[in-house]
Write a protein that binds this ligand. Structure first.
Ligand code: GTP
Ligand code: MG
Length: 273
């Protein structure tokens, strides 16, 4: 039996699944779960100590699904406690705080920790991941925008939701879609259905959008050396325009990246004889 296979998978019968939460301390993992299961929000921070475990029953696609939720502590101090809970998981709720860039940057490290704990025979491909860009109610402090988060998630074939455990925004939709995807996975013999796993844009497009977002000036954005000729600038521009044109590229953030490239080219050509 595959490591990720749920306990029962007959259509119409009840199903038992395991989901875990992952993400830095204080991003709101416990509050998201509490908002969904108990319909309430606690503003005082009560750090999870090691692991919190809960069971909930939900109705998904006319099946009764018994969900075992393992809510992990995000603090590095609890690594030893949480590391053994990664195995036999069908779904992961991966959370970051849209006002804490560090928590977004840490998502790769969370995936790496899980991969390491699953070992060489663990298969991350057949797990449903949902990324929660949480605390969207704190608009004043937001520093990771939707397209950046969505690009990261979708380029990995993960679901993406903007959530607020405080207001409840996005929480029910997130869980509903997450559970439906897990049931689809179980009904597909524990394998992620093809439609969910492939992004509708290329890695080159995603990497280029990220590079443009992080570029330090117009030269850097076009990927040419400072002092490059008109021809070099135009050539670099054309290549990027073909890659990112909104008619051709559906990657999150492509429209802004395309506009930035157009502006960079205009600014550079103004100053080149
Ligand atoms: P650890 O258990 O330490 O890993 O943290 P956690 O990710 O479980 O965070 P928790 O859910 O305990 O929330 C941390 C703090 O953020 C608490 O003070 C919450 O009230 C607050 N919080 C959580 N979600 C939201 C949200 O959507 N909006 C706002 N404004 N605050 C939130
Ligand atoms: Mg917690």
């Amino acid at each position: 039996m595959e490591a990720n296979m749920p306990k029962r998978k007959e259509p119409g019968k009840s199903l038992r699944i395991k989901v875990i939460s992952m993400g830095n301390a204080e991003v709101g993992k416990s509050c998201i779960i509490k908002r969904y299961c108990e319909k309430r929000f606690v503003s005082k921070y009560l750090a999870t100590i090691g692991i919190d475990y809960g069971v909930t029953k939900v109705q998904v696609k006319e099946r009764e699904v018994k969900v075992n939720i393992f809510d992990m502590a995000g603090h590095p101090f609890f690594y030893e406690v949480r590391n053994e809970f990664y195995k036999d998981t069908q779904g992961v709720i991966l959370v970051y705080d849209v006002g804490q860039k560090d928590s977004f940057d840490a998502l790769d490290a969370w995936l790496a920790e899980m991969k390491q704990e699953l070992g060489p025979h663990g298969n991350m491909e057949n797990i449903i991941f949902v990324v929660c860009a949480n605390k969207i109610d704190c608009t004043k402090h937001r520093c990771v925008d939707e397209s950046e988060g969505r690009l990261w998630a979708e380029s990995k074939g993960f679901l993406y939701f903007e959530t607020s455990a405080q207001t409840g925004e996005g929480i029910n939709e997130m869980f509903q879609t997450f559970y439906v995807s897990i049931v689809d996975l179980c009904e597909n013999g524990g394998k992620r259905p093809i439609t969910n796993s492939s992004a509708s844009f290329t890695k080159e497009q995603a990497d280029t959008i990220r590079r443009i977002r992080n570029s330090k000036d117009s030269w850097d954005m076009l990927g040419v050396k400072p002092g490059a000729s008109r021809d070099e600038v135009n050539k670099a521009y054309r290549k990027l325009a073909v890659l990112l044109h909104p008619d051709k590229c559906v990657a999150p953030g492509s429209e802004d990246a395309f506009k930035a490239v157009v502006n960079a080219r205009t600014a550079l050509l103004k100053n080149i004889k």
